[in-house]
Write a protein that binds this ligand. Sequence first.
Ligand code: SAH
Length: 245
Amino acid sequence: MTTARRRIALLFAMEAEAAPLIETLGLRQDQEFGDPRLPFLHYRGEFAESLELLLSVNGKDPRFGVDNIGTEPATLNAYLTLRGFRPELCISAGTAGGFIRCGGALGDVYVSDRPFCFHDRRIPIPGFDQYGIGSYPSASYAGMARALGLKEGGVSTGNSLDFTERCLAGMERSGASVKEMEAAAIAWVAWCLKIPFLALKSITDLVDGEHPTEDEFLRNLRTASRLLREKTVEVLRYLATSPPA
Ligand code: SAH
């Protein structure tokens, strides 16, 4: 007799972020899942006999040979993955910028603890202003964060690796301690489909630090992705042994 496994979806933007986890969990590519016209990659596996996993990566842009980062691929892949797999929980995993003023440090892994906002959708018309910010819910995993020593914080999303003063002000207003390029877009999809959602983000660079983001990001991408793998495995172990939400 087989017992029903609980389905968890893990969404990554960059192959370098996902590769360590795919290898450690021994996930297998599923070429049948999704839409062959799209660049996304999907991997399947199990964890501790109680979780069924689908890990999706946004793949490369064939023209430029770089990862499909940012909100458009994240949105489309989230819809495809969540619609096809119907998980009980969706996790956006990846790297991000942190803030010294929030106590952030390189290599920290954060779990989202408040709504996901956009910091670059400025629409100064009543109603649209709030719509632009988004503010889509995060599942609440405070107990898990404490048990696993994860930092907790708000995640803010925009389509630039750099930022303007207005972006910074938006992030401060929404109480974000993590800046990246996909989570709020996925949060919108998960909210539409009524699927609990959280983000796990490993800090590659410090937004209010002294180094240019792109240099710091590239220098720390591998290490941060390995730390992300360790924490994601711990999160899966926690989920495998805790009752369904
Ligand atoms: N030149 C890099 C570009 C990566 S862009 C390359 O292709 O190798 C950054 C990616 O990491 C995005 O997917 C984003 O979600 C995340 N990220 C890490 N640090 C970030 C920051 N400070 N601001 C925005 N996104 C960041």
